[in-house]
Write a protein that binds this ligand. Structure first.
Ligand SMILES: C[S@@+](CC[C@H](N)C(=O)[O-])C[C@H]1O[C@@H](n2cnc3c(N)ncnc32)[C@H](O)[C@@H]1O
Length: 275
């Protein structure tokens, strides 16, 4: 159980959570999901991350994105990950494969608002599903711009919990749970669609947007755990009682059995150039 003093968004302070190790597993489960891997790689091509680039990923977690970055930048490049969670960095250290083809992965403890790097140190700064979770989104993007060289790219990608579409026989309950839980957890549940505006506010130029869709018709483990966490939080926030939340989850299982389950979630990727 999450203590009353903790922020409802567990990603704000992973190490304070009793289930910190489990949170690391959910990142790896998401990373392994084929549709997620495809949309992550499309985002890295969109930025783009190129061979030889020096790249920092803010909020790297267990290193899912960073391992792809290392493969793209190669041995002449650099893939540097920063995260405030020692638990997640520990997993990232275990999973990085220094001997594998691709660039070396460097991991640092730190927060997005105060990056432990000199000005203009990187060609590319990235934050993937992180901006949604931080208290001062603009401060973090400004800091990412600070450590990026002139002509370098700042790329941010986020979901947007205002546009999750899912099949369910009980539409009002589905709406209440998805909207109600997101509103209570995140300062800005419409995170994805605001990313271009954030880049512009941070002084970046030539801002471009690419929206990708996570689509699932089989209830992948990542989707299942997403819906289970929503149900759990709906009970915690008094949006539904335990019996209704369980009925809600059972509704998805029944749809999957009939081959009629659909969930889509938009991922907005925005990139700007440091003038
Ligand atoms: C949903 S996870 C995303 C991890 C990784 N980018 C990925 O896509 O697999 C959010 C991450 O942001 C980190 N985080 C939370 N607050 C942060 C902050 N203020 N600055 C940097 N990272 C932060 C968390 O520790 C966590 O690793």
């Amino acid at each position: 159980m999450t203590g009353p003093s903790l922020h409802p968004d567990t990603w704000r302070d992973v190490d304070a959570q009793p289930n910190a190790a489990k949170l690391g597993e959910t990142l790896e489960t998401r990373g392994r999901t084929p549709t997620q891997a495809r949309l992550r790689r499309r985002f890295l091509r969109f930025v783009p991350v190129r061979r030889g680039d020096r790249v920092v990923e803010v909020g790297c977690g267990t290193g899912v994105v960073l391992r792809d970055v290392a493969a793209l930048v190669g041995r002449r490049g650099e893939a540097v990950g920063v995260d405030p969670s020692r638990t997640l960095l520990e997993v990232a250290r275990r999973l990085r494969r220094d001997g594998a083809p691709g660039g070396r992965i460097v991991l640092r403890e730190g927060r997005g608002a105060t990056l432990p790097f000199a000005h203009a140190r990187f060609d590319v700064a990235l934050a993937v599903t992180v901006i949604l979770h931080v208290a001062d989104a603009l401060g973090v993007v400004r800091e990412m711009a600070r450590v990026t060289r002139r002509g370098g790219r700042v790329g941010i990608q986020d979901q947007d919990f205002g546009v999750v579409a899912v099949t369910h026989p009980d539409r009002p309950l589905t709406d209440r749970i998805l909207t109600g839980v997101a509103e209570r957890i995140y300062a800005e549940p419409w995170s994805g669609r605001r990313l271009p505006g954030l880049l512009l506010a941070a002084g970046l130029a030539r801002v471009r947007l690419r929206t990708d869709v996570y689509q699932d018709t089989t209830l992948e483990p990542f989707t299942k755990s997403f819906l289970e966490r929503r149900a759990e939080n709906a009970v915690r926030f008094g949006i539904a009682d335990a019996a209704a939340a369980q009925r809600w989850l059972d509704g998805f299982t029944a749809l999957v059995a009939r081959g009629a389950f659909v969930l889509t979630m938009n991922y907005y990727g925005a990139v700007g150039v440091k003038p």
